[in-house]
Design a binder for this molecule. Structure first.
Ligand SMILES: [Zn+2]
Length: 365
């Protein structure tokens, strides 16, 4: 039995006598609706999960003689398509245990809040995560946080790729490792920690060193989303881009350039690829009359990073991966994002709208 109810997270408020705001107060979720005769407010009031659609129609047509059943259905349909309505009489989720429902109860509330896609069940987003296979390449700074975030969120199958051992200099940011782990293979420690955090999911891994695109293509072929959080070798993002274009695998990457957090998410075939953005960025710089400062950098130059920069990069890339899996929220893909920790301004770094004709990866696909 379908008993439509406005999601609690989207509960409406009446502003004055002629305006209703639904969806809460968060921009891009909330919407204002003019309501000169109180019809919208009455409809929203009837969507409390206690009534069937027939009962709602009977009640509203009685209260508003100028309106018809078709009017009720049309406006109810608009609210459903906008993602504001759930079914108060939905059956329990068949694919999740009672323990999982308790574990993810807060996640479910946030998914409900962010999600503007009509769903059969309020648990559909969690079920999509449960069924997903995600591979994390690089379990260092951003990768530690990303893997932990994905495991805690209930991604059903996680595969980690990390060849290094834990070093003291990792401990300012790599959240999975402690002083007791120094000298241990990161992979062993990460698997232990993630399984301890969530024994309801499957976590596997391999201590593979990436030396070319073929290894990445094999990894991409075995997952729904590939998370790239390794930053070496230097070509690894282009290799991942090329591999995922070939296998059709959605992929995300994140990292940092000092205080700037970088994030990219890509659906192959859905628009520009990573190399399109890279070619465009190089073109912008090559047009400027620049002179490089003469001294050469130190041979052992260190990547500037902290628990904050690595943690934000890791959580953002996990959020992006889950967006690709669930569509909640449906983040615009095939572009690069940046977040500047010095200003906290978020911005799209490069929002190309279509692939570049001179992109080497798109041209050879
Ligand atoms: Zn391209």
């Amino acid at each position: 039995m379908y008993r439509p109810r406005i999601k609690w997270e989207h509960r409406p408020v009446r502003i004055g006598a002629r305006l209703v705001r639904i969806g809460g107060t968060v921009p891009k979720i909330a919407a204002n609706v003019t309501d000169p005769d109180g019809w919208v407010w009455a409809l929203l009031g009837a969507l409390d999960g206690m009534r069937t659609v027939d009962q709602i129609i009977t009640e509203l047509v009685h209260r508003f003689p100028g309106r018809s059943a078709a009017d009720v259905l049309e406006d109810l349909g608009a609210l459903v398509r906008a993602g504001y309505v759930e079914n108060a009489a939905e059956p329990p989720p068949a694919g999740l245990t009672i323990r999982e429902q308790e574990r993810y109860s807060r996640s479910r509330a946030l998914w409900q809040w962010m999600d503007r896609t009509p769903r059969q069940s309020s648990w559909d987003t969690q079920l999509l995560l449960r069924q997903a296979r995600v591979t994390v390449v690089g379990v260092g700074g951003a990768g530690s946080t990303a893997a932990l975030s994905l495991a805690m969120s209930g991604v059903g199958t996680l595969h980690l790729v990390e060849p290094d051992r834990v070093d003291l200099s990792n401990l300012n940011r790599q959240i999975l490792y402690t002083e007791q782990d120094i000298g241990e293979p990161k992979l062993d420690v990460a698997l232990r920690r993630l399984r301890a955090h969530n024994s309801d999911i499957t976590v596997t891994g391999e201590a593979l060193t990436i030396t070319g695109p073929s290894a990445l293509a094999a990894l991409a072929a075995g997952c729904d989303v590939l998370v790239l959080t390794a930053d070496s070798p230097a070509q690894i993002r282009s290799w991942t881009n090329e591999s995922c274009l070939r296998t059709g695998t959605n992929w995300v990457h994140s990292g940092y350039h000092g205080p700037q957090i970088n994030l990219g998410l890509y659906r192959p075939g859905g628009g520009p690829c990573y190399d399109c953005a890279y070619v465009a960025a190089r073109e912008r710089e090559s047009g400027l009359p620049t002179t490089t400062w003469p001294p050469t950098g130190p041979a052992d130059e260190l990547a500037a990073s902290s628990a904050v920069s690595a943690g934000i990069a890791g959580h953002l890339v996990a959020h992006a991966a889950m967006s690709l899996i669930t569509g909640a929220p449906r983040l615009p893909a095939n572009r690069e994002y940046g977040l500047n920790l010095v200003t906290l301004d978020d911005s799209v770094v490069l929002g190309l709208t279509k692939p570049r004709a001179d992109c080497p990866a798109c041209a050879t696909k």
